[in-house]
Design a protein around this ligand. Structure first.
Ligand code: 7TS
Length: 420
């Protein structure tokens, strides 16, 4: 199959959306006889042809196991896998490939840090600090750790707009805090946290910080050295790459001091029944055969998004967000949940007398895909006293016309429920 290669390096001031959308064939499909309007990008983004083709090409011509054989294909697969690591290293502006660990996704990355760094550093009476707007995957692993260790999980609250109250965050960073784990962008509200500032606050007290970047990486360029993040995690599938793979970035000093997460092949230097010598970074944390094709696909996704000028992407997404918020907020009986000054890619809303699931089901009949529910952020729902929201989430390939379709669809929902 030929890669379209439609996109070339962009130096334009607005996104060539028609061209871009051709790179994502699924966006041109019909759902229930209507053109698909895909606004569930926070759950998972769609994949451009260069990603699909890279995976296909890998299995057609390059596949074997990595780091094992002396033969041609094994060396080829190893080369591709390690080249993908270099691509990720450059993408995050990390210091070294040793700091880039391939994992299954953001969830596994956080579990890894909780189970290794946490197991060694958190003891009875210590504290772990998170915020009130975390996804369950940045709550539950820490809760499990704290229960096991008899430690305390502390939570920095948010205000009514959905912003972390920074004075509270600072106050809760105490002598007992062993790590702070904070999301960069909230999946339920779209709030962009001032993570650089929050990391500075923690570092002033000598506390390391893990940043959950699952919802940030698709919307902004990340520089882990500029942020000075100690750990930064994200999932490939939200950034236009394949499912089943993601990244744990960690500063080498921390990763070196941490015990392995899983034991098995590749993470060892030598094994006897008496003693195992663990491998060097990053392999110490990559037990077993990794998702090689996934790494190849993720690198292709990064190469693809690197074609764009990210100022232009951010401007376009902010314009979509502004437009959607303005139009939706004007509908009587509709309430936007999450009105932070800094937001990215997400509009969560509720409607008087209509359950979010009904909103989602009716929109689906119009070909419009949104997510409804608690978005794996039940504490956020609790904070607002609601069980669920309807959530539209955007990617750079979405258009103003799709926002219009959403607004029209929502007005139709109102009409069906007789709230005209
Ligand atoms: N952290 C945040 C902020 C997320 O939004 C998600 C997934 C995760 C972590 C977990 O990522 P995973 O790839 O390991 O599952 N968020 C969503 C969502 O908003 N809708 O579906 C998944």
């Amino acid at each position: 199959m030929k890669t379209t290669g439609i996109m070339t390096k962009q130096t334009v001031f607005s996104l060539p959306l028609n061209q871009i959308r051709k790179d994502f064939p699924i966006l041109s499909t019909n759902v229930h006889g209507k053109p698909l309007v895909y606004l569930d990008n926070a759950a998972s983004a769609q994949k451009p042809l260069p990603v699909i083709d890279a995976i296909r090409r890998y299995y057609l011509t390059e596949h074997s196991n990595v780091h094992r054989g002396v033969h041609y294909l094994s060396e080829r697969a190893t080369g591709k896998y390690e080249a993908a690591r270099s691509t990720v290293k450059k993408f995050l502006n990390a210091d070294s490939e040793r700091e880039i660990i391939f994992v299954r996704g953001a969830t596994e990355a956080i579990n890894l840090v909780a189970a290794t760094f946490g197991r060694v550093n958190v003891q009875a009476g210590d504290e772990v600090l998170i915020t009130e707007l975390e996804h369950h995957s940045n709550i539950v692993p820490w809760q499990m750790l704290c229960e096991e260790k008899n430690a305390l999980l502390r939570v920095a609250p948010i205000n009514d707009r959905g912003e972390v109250i920074l004075e509270e965050f600072d106050r809760l960073l105490s002598k007992k805090t062993k790590i702070a784990a904070i999301s960069h962008v909230s999946n339920a509200l779209g709030t962009v946290n001032p993570v650089k500032h929050m990391i500075e606050m923690a570092h002033r007290k000598g506390i390391p910080v893990l940043v959950d970047g699952a919802q940030a990486v698709p919307h902004m360029r990340i520089d882990v050295r500029d942020l000075d993040a100690d750990f930064y995690v994200f999932s490939s599938h939200k950034v236009f790459g394949p499912t089943g793979i993601g990244i744990l970035y960690g500063k080498a000093g921390f990763l070196e001091s941490m015990p392995p997460y899983q034991g098995g092949g590749d993470m060892i230097k030598s094994v006897t029944f008496e003693k195992t010598i663990f491998n060097d970074l990053p392999y110490k944390f990559e037990a077993g055969t990794p998702d090689i094709a996934g790494a190849v696909g993720l690198a292709a996704a990064i190469d693809y998004i690197n074609l764009f000028d990210w100022h232009v992407v951010e401007q376009h997404e902010q314009e979509l967000l502004r437009h959607a918020q303005e139009k939706l907020a004007a509908i009587s009986g509709l309430h936007i949940i999450g009105e932070a000054a800094e937001k990215a890619g997400v509009v969560s809303f509720i409607m008087d007398g209509i359950h979010p699931h009904d909103i989602g089901t009716i929109l689906d009949q119009d070909g419009i895909a949104i997510r409804t529910g608690h978005h794996c952020a039940q504490p956020v729902m609790k904070r607002y006293g609601i069980p669920a929201t309807a959530r539209a989430s955007f990617a750079f390939y979405n258009t103003r016309e799709e926002i219009e379709a959403l607004v029209k669809g929502v007005l139709n929902v109102k009409e069906i429920f007789g709230h005209v």
